[in-house]
Design a protein around this ligand. Sequence first.
Ligand code: NAD
Length: 295
Amino acid sequence: MKNIAVIGAGTMGNGIAHTFAQFGYKVNLIDISEDSLSKGIATITKNLDRMVAKEKISESDKSNTLENITKHTSLEEGVKNVELVVEAATENEKLKLQIFEDLEKFCDTNTILASNTSSISITKIASVTKRADKVIGMHFMNPVPIMKLVEIIRGYNTSNETTEIIMDLSKALKKVPTEVNDYPGFVANRILMPMINESIETLYNQVAGVEEIDTVMKLGMAHPMGPLQLADFIGLDVCLSILEVMYDGFKNPKYAPCPLLVNMVQAGKLGVKSGEGFYDYSESRKAEHVSAQFK
Ligand SMILES: NC(=O)c1ccc[n+]([C@@H]2O[C@H](COP(=O)([O-])OP(=O)(O)OC[C@H]3O[C@@H](n4cnc5c(N)ncnc54)[C@H](O)[C@@H]3O)[C@@H](O)[C@H]2O)c1
């Protein structure tokens, strides 16, 4: 495999494009928004600069990586002659089903179609194509160039051959691929989201404050970051939507999103990206201040 298309130049898409390009793959980075493409390339450049400053890569590695990436706003153009597509567009089922229907039309019949979705069923995404055996989940973690895990999700019809190719490819990116089956939340979010939801419930029930809950989990369980702060980084809207997918998928009340989470999303308090969640990011991006509503 040499030629890859990445759909979506946002948080995850630019990290995925960066990673493939750094390992010598030719990447077509596709987004409907010219602005997102420019911001995506700017982020990749900034992250490469940081790696050069830390002497993890050389100046020539940086320029080779950037040369390996080509921007596209047309899906049809961007997926021409690629062997793999990694879709990392906005987490919206209708949007992803439309993208995969289009990919079926525009891609070579042998092209493998992967999705970076956090929660949408790979089996359902595959069902709108005529190549369900070649559709797979490739769930990278944020920030992609740094995080080692790739959760590899086998849809109901994903073939052994496709799984092996994607496992090997992930290893070629110096990642640790881990194979899981396609059920709501896969493994990562099925375990992480109930913990985040329970920490919000603990706050909602006034058992302890934001800092106390995060301190217990950081110092008591050796987590690098408390669950409330992690929720802010992931995005409270994203946490809510993943919990809703699990709640609907399992029909089990244990995944019901905490009313406080629902309220905060409705109030536009989405965490780092909106400037406020459980912490206030308006003055410092370091989450030093608990949001005034919890003081
Ligand atoms: N943010 C995370 O921590 C994280 C972690 C793992 C997986 N994911 C998953 O990765 C995917 C992307 O998430 P993100 O956080 O990067 O989102 P984002 O909002 O940062 O970026 C999404 C990008 O998709 C683009 N887009 C929307 N419709 C498109 C289309 N039809 N064609 C091409 N581009 C289109 C948008 O313009 C935007 O630039 C989602 O499925 C999400 O669940 C996110």
